[in-house]
Every structure is written in structure tokens, then in C-alpha cells.
Ligand binder design. Structure first.
Ligand SMILES: Cc1ncc(COP(=O)(O)O)c(C=O)c1O
Length: 396
């Protein structure tokens, strides 16, 4: 039988991350000592009290469906977290628990966008934003965050990108892949543009807890009641509590939007996994000291590795203020070592230096590579040394 797949999946851009990861695995299975810097998840285990709470919930018989928008007890903890961290008040009807932040975003685009509606996506972007917008019939409109502006977009760029089809803009601070963090003033200026043009703000705050250098994370929603009205916050426990595999995220904002998302969830996921929701209650209600420990470990690695990375000839790198990625511009290094483009340079780094990094092309930024420092300091130091020798050896 000849299979005819739907146009919407044929149009999906294949993940560049997967291609590199597959090649790295193949080399590893052949006995090569590959160092993988592609990880998009913290390298710490989920704290034990969260695991214990999940197991206990199962032993107590909490193994059935929950409401589609999530357990009321979990929504209560999420509302308390918003109050404590951002001073924001959300009613339970303004919160939906989703199967990971990714599925929260997916559901949001599905309920928001009509065919041809535009969503402004700053470049460099997290790989799933454009694909999710397209899957919902929307059109991604890109605004380039320039390296000289720390990969941030300006209010002028945002204004210029707005048309009468603009529905929303995505703000991801701290950012994957750059680690960039917007200040409160910068957010306010972007927020004013959105208020003036009635553009919804989708604020992806999944890396909120991973901020360095004494900087503070600000949610655009906390800057004024008007901005809170205009914003849907996306967040979750994946990165903050090292719970990527549990698949629990959430969205908070306008009641009508949350209600539509809940209706859609009731026909797609039914509810996020019950056990994982119980674990997430413990994540927010229990001790938070491991969050600080993880943050400190990441910051320590960042400071050591960043200094070594920028010494590699042809590498420039804006120092990240959050998340756990470095996003150096390596265009010059690629040219000086005789490669046509950074994709080929990244391929050679893997095949010859045995270091797996993600080419920036997948993030809309073809002069960069993304390195994750969610791995041990030993391996990170070894990986950067290998990259440095590779570049020096091949310099023309
Ligand atoms: C910017 C950004 N948003 C959302 C997500 C998705 O998080 P989750 O694992 O909760 O689906 C990720 C995960 O890599 C991310 O980097």
C-alpha cells in the first residue's frame, strides 16, 4: 500500500539535533570516545522527595484520570509559585497543566491561530517554535536578534515586524539557544509595543530558575496589570527541578484561552500523567534547596568553560546570563579552517575531534554552534581543549 502522509507533516523541518545525535551514537557504538554537548536537559537526577511522592501517590491508588486542566492541588501550588516568585495572582481557571511546556505551546498555537495568522519569532529561536506555529496554520515572522545586541530584539524591530495579521510574539528569556536574558526595562519597552498594537505575548519562562552573574529573571507579566492581561506564561518543572522525562508544564493567562486549551486537551491528552502531577506537587511544595545547588553548579561550569571557549581562534561568544547553553559564533573559525559553512565545521568537529555540538542553522542562526554545559566539568574541559586543537591544527 502506498502511504500518502498529510501535507502538514511533510512540511515539517527535520530536527538538526537528531541528525548529529544519531551520528554521535553511531561513532560511540564503534568504540569512539565521543563527548556529547548536545544535551537539552540538566544532568542531575530528579530530587528524591519528588520521586518518593510520585511512588507514594501510586501506592495510595492515585492511578486514574485527573481533570483535563490538571489536579486542583497542583494548580494551587503553581498559583502559589507565581505569587511567591513574581507577585502574580492567577485564579485556578487561568492555569492549565500540560504534558510538558512543549505541549502547552503546541496547544496554545492550536487554539490561537487561524490560517495565515502571524507569530513573531525572534532569531535565534528554540527549534520547535516555527514548526508548531506552522502546524497550527500560522506563519512565523522572524526578527533577528543581532550578536552585537546580545541576540536581543529591539522595540523598533518588533514594531517593524507587526502587520494586521500579527497575533502574538514569543519571548523566551532566558533563551535557548543563546542564554540571553532580557532586563525588566527591555521587557517593558517590548511590552509597550505589544500593548499599542494589541499583540499577545507568549512568554516562555522554562529557564527562569537558571540565571547567573547576579542577574534576576523578570517575567514580562509582572511589569503591569495590562501586561499581565496581554501575556500567556509558559513554564514547567522540566528544567527547574530536573524533571524533563516527567512531562509536566503549564500555561497561565487569559481565562478564555485557558478554557479553549482545556477543551482541546480533553480530546487529545485527556490529562497530563497523574503520577507525574503528584510528583510535581511535591516539586513545588517541598524543599527548594536543590534548585540553588543546580544553579550554582551550572554557573561554575559556565564561568570556567566560557573563558576557555573564547580563546579558540575564530570564536566569539556573548556571555550567557541564563539557561545552560553557550552559542558561539564560529563563522570565522569555519572559514579559516577551510569549511564552506558552519554545518560542515560542526560535522568535522564530531568526526575528527569527537565533540558533538548542534549547528546553529536549526536555530535560524547559521554562523553559530550550540554547546550545552549540562555535563561534567571534566568532560566540558576536555571537549573545549579538543575543539581548540582541532581549530589550530586545521588553520590555513
Ligand atoms: C525554550 C524551551 N521551551 C520549552 C521547552 C520544552 O520544555 P518541556 O520539556 O517542559 O516540554 C524547552 C525544552 O528544551 C525549551 O528549550
Amino acid at each position: 500500500m502506498e502511504i500518502q502522509l498529510a501535507q502538514r507533516v511533510i512540511a515539517l523541518t527535520p530536527s538538526t539535533t537528531l541528525a548529529i545525535t544519531a551520528k554521535a551514537k553511531e561513532l560511540k557504538s564503534q568504540g569512539h570516545d565521543v563527548i556529547g554537548l548536545g544535551a537539552g536537559e540538566p544532568d542531575f537526577n530528579t530530587p528524591q522527595h519528588i520521586i518518593d511522592a510520585a511512588v507514594q501517590s501510586m501506592n495510595e491508588g492515585h492511578t486514574k484520570y485527573t481533570p483535563s486542566a490538571g489536579l486542583p492541588a497542583l494548580k494551587k501550588e503553581i498559583a502559589a509559585k507565581f505569587k511567591k516568585d513574581q507577585g502574580l495572582d492567577y485564579d485556578p481557571s487561568e492555569i492549565i497543566v500540560t504534558s510538558g511546556a512543549k505541549h502547552g505551546l503546541y496547544t496554545l498555537f492550536q487554539v490561537l491561530l487561524n490560517e495565515g495568522d502571524e507569530v513573531i519569532i525572534p532569531i535565534p529561536y528554540w527549534v520547535s517554535y516555527p514548526e508548531q506555529v506552522k502546524l497550527a496554520g500560522g506563519v512565523p515572522v522572524y526578527a533577528v536578534g543581532k550578536e552585537e545586541n546580545e541576540y536581543k530584539i529591539t522595540p523598533e524591530q518588533l514594531s517593524e515586524s507587526i502587520t494586521d495579521r500579527t497575533k502574538a510574539v514569543i519571548i523566551n528569556s532566558p533563551s535557548n539557544p543563546t542564554g540571553m536574558l532580557y532586563s525588566a526595562d527591555e521587557l517593558k519597552a517590548l511590552g509597550d509595543v505589544c500593548l499599542n498594537h494589541n499583540v499577545l505575548i507568549i512568554s516562555d519562562e522554562i529557564y527562569e530558575k537558571l540565571v547567573y552573574g547576579g542577574h534576576k529573571h523578570t517575567s514580562i507579566a509582572e511589569l503591569s496589570p495590562e501586561l499581565k492581561e496581554q501575556t500567556i506564561i509558559i513554564n514547567g518543572v522540566s528544567k527547574s527541578h530536573s524533571m524533563t522525562g516527567w512531562r509536566i508544564g503549564y500555561a497561565a493567562g487569559n481565562k478564555e484561552i485557558i478554557k479553549a486549551m482545556t477543551n482541546l486537551a480533553s480530546h487529545s491528552t485527556s490529562n497530563p500523567t497523574t503520577t507525574a502531577q503528584y510528583g510535581s506537587i511535591a516539586a513545588y511544595a517541598g524543599p527548594q534547596d536543590m534548585l540553588a545547588e543546580m544553579r550554582e553548579a551550572f554557573e561554575h561550569r559556565l564561568n570556567i568553560i566560557y573563558d576557555k571557549l573564547i580563546k579558540i581562534p575564530g570564536f566569539t561568544c556573548v556571555k550567557p546570563q541564563g539557561a545552560f547553553y553557550l552559542f558561539p559564533n564560529v563563522q570565522k573559525a569555519a572559514e579559516q579552517t577551510g569549511f564552506e559553512n558552519v554545518d560542515d565545521f560542526a560535522k568535522a568537529l564530531l568526526e575528527e575531534a569527537m565533540v558533538a555540538v548542534i549547528p546553529g542553522s536549526g536555530f535560524g542562526s547559521p554562523e553559530n554552534i550550540r554547546l550545552s554545559y549540562a555535563t561534567s566539568l571534566d568532560l566540558l574541559e576536555k571537549a573545549v581543549e579538543r575543539m581548540h586543537s582541532f581549530v589550530e591544527k586545521n588553520m590555513k
